[in-house]
Design a protein around this ligand. Structure first.
Ligand code: TYD
Ligand code: MG
Length: 400
């Protein structure tokens, strides 16, 4: 075929179809594009099968014909789970199958609008000699399913397990094959689950879907900040609320620190939900730039609710939480803090401040400690501009 001027090429129609789940639709920018392939990655047990079974059940309830291929659990097990999830509808076809040839047969026979393959690691092409789950098999199966998606306009969702370090060969090697990569994660000990797109050919990767794992499956969390702050006890030293931004979505997260004199030669540090490196950096800055002696102390720091806060905008909050715990003086309950801390102790601005602070104002916070360079913002709370972490510590009366 000869090359043609781009002006003469018809543009690709890619109108997303709603999945029926507002949180999933939010992450996908409206829904699934017909003929697209989406990889749903996450650690085993996080809830991938649950999420996708719920989505298919919802689509079937609205009259769609959908196919769930299960290679991990038996069809009877999936049916049992579907009962709990209220996903039992005749339009939802189940196939307990791992053989790719048979799976393609099911697609040809039933012509589903949406299909889930759970998981890509258990699927194998009998024409290949390598074992199921090997890189060769995973790639080959994904390629074949991708071409079926394009030819039949079926939206294909592939489940892929990843280990904590992202190690497993399977899903990582697929990222360039598929249109969209979603990652589903959450802390096993908490009910919170977060859905994000890490690659999306049809839209932004900036949206965040929030769910809570309940007895009856995944429930949408429309107001995550409310969940994170629900059990907060104002007036306790070592607690600071930080407005973080996950993609476009602002979240209010409580950061807690507890420092104690452990009387050990090497003080213990235990950190969860925040970056251990940042905690170490902020302790060094407090010690050297704020003259607050903390480096010899045993330190515990966490983000409440099983959420992971990795952005530098949380620095000021972490620093204040440690300072507050060290001196035993609580940060006032109506204050939020946001800013990146440099090695000199100086505060740097972070993106999306207006959106973050609007969320804080919505939850009744009255004052926000922000970097000095912060411009005027149209938010309904008082901006308290501070040049350094030390100035913030002094302003809140946390200095020794
Ligand atoms: P699952 O969807 O099987 O995870 P994945 O497919 O990612 O491996 O979810 C497994 C966990 O979810 C399991 O430990 C039990 C829990 N769960 C609930 O809490 N409520 C439910 O309604 C369901 C179906 C599962
Ligand atoms: Mg599963």
């Amino acid at each position: 075929m000869p090359a043609v001027p781009i002006t003469e090429i018809a543009s690709l129609e890619c109108v997303p179809q709603s999945t029926g789940s507002a949180e999933v639709d939010r992450v996908l920018g409206g829904g699934l594009v017909p003929g697209s392939v989406t990889l749903v990655g996450g650690e085993p047990g996080v809830g991938k099968s649950t999420l996708l079974l719920q989505v298919l059940g919802g689509l079937a309830a609205r009259g769609a014909r959908v196919l769930y291929v299960t290679g991990e659990e038996s069809a009877a097990q999936v049916r049992r789970r579907a009962e709990r999830l209220d996903a039992v509808h005749p339009g939802l076809l189940l196939a307990g199958e791992t053989n790719l040839a048979h799976i393609l047969g099911h697609v040809a026979e039933s012509a589903p609008s949406v299909m889930v393959v759970d998981s890509i690691q258990t699927t194998f092409d009998p024409d290949l000699a390598s074992a199921p789950g090997s890189v060769g098999q995973v790639r080959q199966c994904a390629h074949r399913l991708t071409s079926v998606a394009k030819h039949t306009d079926t939206s294909v969702l592939l489940v892929g397990h990843v280990t904590k370090d992202g190690g497993l060969a399977g899903p990582r090697t697929l990222e360039h094959v598929v249109d969209t990569v979603l990652s589903f994660d959450g802390d096993r000990d908490h009910s919170l689950r977060l859905l994000r797109a890490t690659k999306h050919r049809f839209g932004s990767t900036q949206e965040l879907g929030v769910f809570s794992m309940e007895h009856t499956g995944l429930a949408p969390v429309t107001d995550p900040s409310g969940v994170f702050l629900a059990d907060r006890r104002p007036g306790v030293a070592g607690s600071v609320v930080v407005p973080v931004l996950d993609g476009h979505r602002p979240l209010l997260v409580e950061l807690q620190a507890l420092v104690v004199d452990g009387r050990t030669a090497v003080p213990r540090r235990s950190v969860s939900g925040v970056d251990p490196g940042r905690v170490g950096l902020l302790m060094a800055v407090l010690e050297r730039r704020v003259q607050l002696s903390v480096l010899h102390l045993e330190t515990y720091a966490l983000a409440v609710g099983g959420v992971r806060v990795t952005e530098p905008g949380a620095d000021l909050g972490i620093g204040l939480a440690i300072a507050s715990s060290a001196t035993g003086r609580p940060v006032p309950a109506d204050v939020v803090a946001c800013g990146e801390v440099g090695l000199g102790g100086e505060l740097r601005s972070v993106g999306g401040l207006e959106r973050r602070l609007a969320e804080a104002a919505r939850f009744g916070f009255r004052r926000a400690l922000v970097p000095r360079s912060t411009p005027e913002l149209a938010v309904d709370l008082e901006l308290v501009r501070v040049p350094t972490l030390g100035a913030a510590v002094a302003l809140l009366g946390l200095a020794e």
